[in-house]
Design a protein around this ligand. Structure first.
Ligand code: AGP
Length: 612
């Protein structure tokens, strides 16, 4: 969704800001804008459409020639419309009527109509339909001509809703103020220059020394210094964190799309996630004992693909730990009254660590006394900071909107967790535990082997690229993989697809199967193989074309008689989803490629969903 960046330093602020918002393009946006402070005034450019349009206008404007050797400040934004349609005027930054204050904003100001009304009474005129414009107007109206920081503090205390802000004032060309409430904002410390962004991707190529603003905090930048305050004006002491991502960068490194680069990075992401946590052939996850002690129920709560990780893990979680495990969508969980108490462990899974519904579910769980564990990819994100305990997936920076390597790393954490808890509660023998750990360590190699099927999957996508409807069917853990496969396909192809529990087809959905309907059937679970095979025969009898993703061992003894077969190595059932997902990701990718879709930034989607 929307993206914020800010720059303060003696370098070329304009160049930094434009490059930085480009790195946030993947989050989804419909307009962009930039403001810098210079010659005692705010210089502004905002454009509907792609950043390239903004770039062109900036390039021909004299306003954006940056002076060398002086402190340059600037802010920029990518907007994903909420209040008011995508347009030049609704794009950020929003500048106050006097021209003194410029603001970029992520989030939603819930009391903006009320504030607008009272500002209008004081003859303030508004140009846009946005909620953000009240912020610049309010700061300006509270500014006494001397104390910029106080005007910002007084303003944020009047705002209701969620807001991450970066603010300029033309009276202070060497100053930027950043504010955070319920929407992420990160500071990056560079070499005699500092950065602000709603997502580290914006500046990770410049610095890995970061500091996340916590709830209701203000960062006040002056020259190369930065001070932190709370909303009451109390100065805060904040620590710098070094993000140690070994893999992933904000460039495509020769790949046509980030998504393909990230698909190929999966073996490494799994290895980085697992290897440091296996010591002497034992899974070692610090400080977890206390959290899992006396737990009698587990909730796994998440959105989208992260939810599918929970759905896939549930089967082994329950079977191997003997603990009731419920998987729920965060958007549903937060508004129900789930039966949770201090004996419940709530596991929140999130790549970004900022998903609004997942964060709300975490807060609700804590309020009800449950123990909380977050599985998160982005270091120091809101969910990671607020949970009782966090296990990071070391997948590195993930740029493509459609998640791949973070999904695989999340699955890897779940396997470790299942083994860890089942051994803690005495449900697994030492021998079996050791066997599993061995398999876990070889998982990256199996995933690598699956990736070698790239060409085969490309050929399949080419053959079926004109299909306009796909069904994914499977049972048990394969049904969970179907849901992820179908989501990936939908996100990328913009076509209808459906994931169905194979045994449920007959209860209504089979009426949709007709001559030539494409059905992707998943049969990796040996025990359920014959059952799903019967369902394949049922759809074939009605004319379906079938691609089977099937257990390799079973394939040696059974002739499937389907249109295409993708064999899946016979790893322990718990780990099958990690292999099954590879052909599903590749199929969705190639299908979209052959149909000329916007692979890294599919329409209407955002990487980090920070509104509900
Ligand atoms: C997956 O490809 C999606 N982009 C989406 O479903 C995503 O998994 C979901 O929005 C949850 O995000 P999170 O993991 O960052 O919380």
């Amino acid at each position: 969704m929307c993206g914020i960046v800010g720059y303060i330093g003696k370098g070329n602020s304009v160049e930094f800001l434009l490059n930085a918002i480009e790195k946030l393009e993947y989050r989804g946006y419909d307009s962009s804008g930039i403001a810098i402070c210079g010659d005692d005034k705010i210089k502004l450019m905002k454009k509907k459409g792609r950043i390239s349009v903004l770039r062109k206008s900036v390039a021909v404007s004299k306003d954006f020639d940056v002076k060398k050797g002086v402190v340059n400040t600037g802010i920029a934004h990518t907007r994903w419309a909420t209040h008011g349609k995508p347009s030049d005027v609704n794009a950020h930054p929003h500048v106050s009527q006097s021209g003194k204050i410029a603001v970029v904003h992520n989030g939603i100001i819930e009391n903006y109509l009320e504030l607008k009304k009272s500002l209008r009474r004081r003859k303030v005129k508004f140009l846009s339909q946005t909620d953000t414009e009240v912020i610049s107007a309010l700061i300006d109206s509270l500014y006494d001509g001397k104390d910029f920081l106080k005007a910002v503090r007084d303003t944020v205390n009047l705002l209701e809703g969620s807001f991450a802000l970066a603010i300029l004032c033309s009276d202070f060309p060497d100053t930027i103020i950043a504010v955070k409430k319920d929407s992420p904002l990160i500071i990056g410390f560079g070499d005699e220059e500092n950065y602000i962004a709603s997502d580290v991707a914006a500046f990770v190529d410049k610095t890995k020394d970061i500091c996340r603003l916590e709830e209701c905090e203000i960062a006040y930048f002056k020259g190369d210094k930065v001070k932190f305050y709370d909303f009451n004006g109390k100065e805060l002491d904040k620590k710098v964190t070094h993000i140690d991502w070994k893999i992933g960068s904000s460039t495509k490194e020769g790949f046509e799309h980030f998504m393909m680069k990230e698909i190929m990075e999966q073996p490494e992401a799994i290895k980085e996630t697992i290897a440091p946590r296996i010591v002497d052939n034992k899974i070692s996850i610090k400080n977890l004992d206390e959290l899992v002690e006396s737990v009698n129920k587990i909730y796994i709560v998440a959105c989208g693909s992260s939810y599918h990780v929970g759905a896939a893990a549930k089967y082994s979680f329950e079977k191997m730990t003997g603990i009731t495990t419920i998987v729920d969508l965060a958007s549903e969980f937060r508004y129900r009254i789930p039966a949770i108490d201090e004996k419940t462990l709530v596991i929140i899974i999130s790549q970004s660590g900022e998903t609004a519904d997942s964060l709300a579910a975490l807060r609700e769980s804590k309020r009800r006394g449950a123990k909380t564990l977050a599985i998160v990819n982005v270091v120091g994100s809101s969910i990671a900071s607020e949970a009782d305990h966090v296990i990071y997936t070391w997948a590195g920076l993930e740029i493509a909107v459609a998640t791949t390597k973070a999904y695989s790393a999340q699955l890897a954490v779940m396997y470790m967790l299942i083994l860890y808890i089942s051994s803690r509660v005495g449900k697994i023998s030492d021998d079996i535990y050791r066997e599993y750990v061995k398999h876990l360590l070889s998982l990256p190699d199996f995933v690598q082997k699956m990736l070698e099927m790239k060409e085969k999957i490309y050929d399949m996508a080419k053959k079926y690229k004109d299909k306009d409807n796909v069904f994914f069917i499977g049972r048990g853990v394969d049904y969970a993989s179907c849901r992820e496969g179908s989501l990936k396909f939908k996100e990328l192809s913009y076509l209808h697809s459906e994931a169905y529990a194979a045994g449920e087809l007959k209860h209504g959905t089979i009426s949709l199967i007709e001559q030539g309907t494409l059905v992707i059937a998943i049969l990796t679970d040996k025990k359920l193989f014959e059952k799903t095979l019967s369902n394949i025969r049922e759809v074939q009898a009605r004319g379906a074309t079938v691609i089977a993703i099937a257990n390799e061992e079973k394939l040696n003894s059974v002739d499937l008689e389907v249109d295409e077969v993708v064999p899946i190595p016979n790893v322990p059932k718990m780990m099958l989803p990690s292999l099954t997902v590879i052909p599903l990701q590749l199929f969705a990718y190639y299908f979209a490629l052959l149909n000329d879709r916007d692979i890294d930034k599919p329409r209407n989607l955002a990487k980090s969903v920070t509104v509900e």
